[in-house]
Design a protein. Structure first.
Length: 422
């Protein structure tokens, strides 16, 4: 081999090796999305690496019940992924432990592409701890026939809880059919949707006059038979199955559900589906839209600071309008937290033969700006707390206790548990 050629080949080999060695590895974790979404994430990897040849993208999917212990272990071992897909509760817990880092500076001006409600879900003590990803939202399905028989307009939006309870009462009086099956099995959401706090300074505060007054509204609605008198549909921790069965059977006039829930009405309750109209779910006094359950991407503690600009760039690519829209299409049931994606024709252009399912998808997308994840944050082992509150709310609504006595009893129980957890 000629010396000059040998030098050229050696130099080329060194440059190639150096270029390969300088690639930035970005490993991101998701939960329980494999193998259904393999093609979606493989395309993400290939497209991003093609546009960014200095980056090596590695997707790792974990079962939902394994991702947190594995993430704790990776952080403890100083070998965390660059990004991890979590829900709001888990992100909050890690933020409190200082196991994830704020992402405000990493977002920069691109913060504006996300919905205000989604950002609020992952912002604590003035710092944002995650890149919002996909979400959910509730809509209100109504039986138009029952509404008309009760003298109500099924196409007129019901804007507040008071309007909803008044309509439910009128339907019960005029038709003998229950109007509503609220989530009284999850009173935490009932209170939060109306802007009422559950815990302040590690003390339960949901026996205030405002909380009592709210619960008394449900007590009166139950007495007037405006609420369904089916325990599973009214007080079940997950009342969806019982409530949708009642709606499909014509025993319930209003169904508050995710838009995908209406596919069950279409498939299992065809006669009622033909009579169904869809409205936005009523908002609380603070403008909160119910039905949110945000998933996001966090940056764990221990990620190489030199890699953070590239990690942020990829996080914003992963959660941008185009890719969130593509993921919504792939799932067929989730909603984006990126503003432009929600107003894409995929959500908003209805076919000529649009039914309740299609209308629900469009209405849900138009109400995403302030959708919130209504859940109690920062408290370990909430199950006994939720159970006690559910039991006391049921005792009040069914008339076994006054609303004040029921909430007082639940507050005593909560504060005893909270004091021992300090």
């Amino acid at each position: 081999m000629k010396p000059a050629l040998a030098v050229l080949l050696t130099g080329a080999l060194c440059v190639s090796t150096l270029a390969h060695a300088e690639k930035i590895r970005i490993e991101f974790w998701t939960m329980s999305l494999k193998p259904k979404f393999d093609s979606y994430f493989q395309k993400i990897e290939k497209d991003y690496e093609r546009a960014n040849p200095n980056v090596d993208i590695v997707w790792v999917d974990h079962p939902w019940d394994k991702i947190m212990p594995r993430l704790h272990g990776a952080i403890a071992a100083a070998q965390p992924p660059a990004l991890a897909n979590l829900n709001v509760e888990w992100a909050y817990d890690l933020a409190q432990r200082r196991s994830i880092v704020p992402v405000d500076k990493l977002m920069g001006a691109d913060r504006a592409m996300y919905m205000p409600g989604a950002l609020a879900d992952v912002t604590w003590e003035g710092k944002t701890y995650a890149f919002p990803w996909y979400n959910g939202v509730s809509v209100l399905a109504v039986n138009a026939d029952l509404f008309r028989r009760a003298g109500l307009d099924p196409d007129k939006p019901i804007r507040t809880l008071d309007e909803q309870l008044a309509a439910a009462k009128q339907i019960a009086e005029k038709t003998g059919v229950a109007g509503l099956a609220p989530e009284l099995g999850l009173p935490v959401r009932i209170f939060m949707a109306e802007g009422l706090p559950l815990v302040e300074k590690n003390r339960a505060v949901f026996n205030s006059p405002a909380h009592v007054a709210l619960l008394e509204k449900y007590v009166l609605a139950y007495k007037s038979k405006a609420l369904i008198h089916d325990k599973a549909a009214l007080f079940g921790e997950d009342n969806f199955q019982a409530a949708i069965a009642a709606y499909n059977a014509g025993k319930l006039a209003m169904l508050e559900t995710a838009p995908t829930g209406l596919a069950r009405v279409r498939d299992d309750g065809k006669a009622v589906y033909a009579k169904t109209r869809v409205l936005p779910a009523p908002q609380g006094p603070t403008g909160v839209v119910k039905g949110g359950w945000l998933f996001d991407f966090v940056v764990p503690k221990g990620v190489d600071p030199k890699a953070l600009p590239e990690v942020a760039k990829f996080a914003k690519y992963l959660t941008n309008d185009a890719n969130q829209l593509a993921f919504s299409k792939a799932t067929g049931g989730t909603y984006p937290s990126a503003t432009k994606a929600a107003f894409d024709p995929y959500f908003q252009q209805l076919p000529a033969n649009a039914g309740a399912v299609e209308n629900a998808r469009a209405i849900g997308a138009r109400n995403l700006a302030n959708v919130r994840t209504l859940t109690l944050l920062g408290i370990d082992d909430t199950e006994p707390l939720y159970r006690k509150l559910r039991e006391e709310v049921e005792s009040a609504v069914t008339g076994r206790k006054t609303a004040k006595a029921a909430l007082d009893a639940a507050v005593v129980f909560w504060n005893d548990k909270l004091s021992k957890a300090r």
